[in-house]
Design a protein around this ligand. Structure first.
Ligand SMILES: [Zn+2]
Length: 228
């Protein structure tokens, strides 16, 4: 390791040290119960976790288990408990900070990607600035709203003056075929009329669509939407 690498490594360790506490805190809330594994299938075992936490296991070896720790709540809990114990005994040294930091980082990434591909994505669309024509085609001078195909919960901030109450919601393709029909109740929240609804776009190919919206019994308003 040359000096430049050593300096970089030291900077990384300091950075990890700062981040680690916060990240581990956040993770422990979600991971503690999210990935139950009562039979401990595929777990490396207490001795290994202790070795990892006390940095007696080489980094290259420890890295192979990061994915497992990111998807096994018992191991995660055991690892954090061992780490706590070691810290109490003041056995925690700078070198270990890097391992723990990498573990924390990997867990954080695992958790993020887990929620990215998850089925509970929430999308917030703010159409307050959209002067969509009632009943007509969506104006072509406005950029389309962006909506991921994993979206399952939709939160719409409706234009000022919108009615509260029941709404119909449809997704239309370019030739006007209805591909999704849903609805929800719009309510005033902090001076904004907000419509919360569930949506399922999993079967829609990526592309341009039209989001149709109407207070039940009234005229449709359409907004251009790009599903990605
Ligand atoms: Zn495990």
């Amino acid at each position: 390791m040359n000096k430049e690498q050593a300096d970089q490594s030291l900077r990384d360790q300091k950075q990890f040290g700062k981040e680690e506490k916060r990240i581990l805190g956040v993770l422990s809330q979600g991971l503690a119960g999210e990935f139950p594994n009562p039979k401990r299938v595929g777990c490396p075992g207490t001795v290994f976790l202790e070795g990892m936490a006390s940095h007696q296991i080489p980094l290259s070896e420890a890295e192979k288990w990061l994915d497992h720790l990111g998807s096994c709540s018992p191991c995660f809990l055991e690892f954090t408990a061992i780490r706590k114990k070691l810290r109490k005994r003041r056995w925690f040294r700078l070198g270990g900070g890097l391992v723990v930091g990498l573990v924390a980082l990997a867990l954080w990434i695992a958790l993020r990607s887990h929620s990215d591909v998850g089925r509970d994505q929430t999308a917030i669309l703010d159409v307050r600035g959209y002067a969509a024509e009632r009943g007509g085609e969506s104006p072509s001078n406005q950029p389309p709203l962006e909506l991921g195909r994993n979206t399952r919960h939709l939160v719409l901030y409706l234009p000022i003056g919108s009615r509260q109450g029941s709404y119909d919601l449809v997704m239309l393709n370019q030739i006007g075929n209805e591909l999704f029909h849903g609805g929800g109740i719009a309510q005033l929240e902090n001076h904004v009329v907000v419509l919360r609804t569930d949506i399922d776009l999993a079967d829609l190919p990526a592309g341009l669509y039209s989001l149709g919206l109407r207070p039940r019994g009234f005229q449709w308003t359409r907004f251009p939407v790009r599903v990605f």
